[in-house]
Design a protein around this ligand. Sequence first.
Ligand code: SF4
Length: 268
Amino acid sequence: MATTKAAKKLTPPQKLKPAARKAAVEGIPAAKARAIAAKEPVSAKVKRGKTAKPLAPERIRAILDALQKTYPNVVCALTHHNAFELTIATILSAQTTDVGVNKATPELFRMYPTPNKLADAPLPELERIIKSTGFYRAKAKNIKGAAKVLVEKFGGKVPETIEELTELPGVARKTANVVLGSWFGIASGVVVDTHVGRLSRRLELTKQDDPVKVEQDLEKVIPQDHWIQFSHELIHHGRQVCIARKPRCVDCSLEKLCNSVDKTWSSH
Ligand code: SF4
């Protein structure tokens, strides 16, 4: 044991991480040096495998080309006719399918077609209409609250910045990116839902689980003018081919570009 402790004390400075090395040189206690080292910048994290490795631009290009070829006309699957409807539909799409949301929204928007009307809607009535989308009590409060903020703060109009949109109840980065990208054509970020997260990990575009960190990794490697389309394409690919439990790798247009390929299962 004494040898181990001595060995730890005698770690040559050149083998320490930069922050720890600086602490050692300055005579800071070992525990504090470790704490400093834990806060090291991204370059240190890359070595520990927490951040995606740099990716060859030609591989990214090939993935984008293959997706574009497979899904040339892909659009947001939530039925909507304006920014208000898309915002509300996207809030309702949390933890459920777009198909489920599309069943509830026709009645919702027929009865409450504007932010003013939705802000005044009785909660029990909203809960009844959107019950099939799940978490309906919280979602009813959120869509009513979002309509109220739209009326009181934004003159009944959906704002066009991520900072303003995320002021609406029930709207986080993902929802804001959907609205900005799909309605306004603003590439504010990559939409990271469960499909985009899973596919990005399988394609080794990220190693992260947290959606915000996945988004940050994707935005480093995907050119900004592809962000909107790339999100739609990955969402469709995740629903139709690279499904969660058993990806249909033999039917996948990305098969040659993917190291997670699994040929033990197919739809045929
Ligand atoms: S090859 Fe398989 S794991 Fe890779 S993206 Fe295609 S379906 Fe998903």
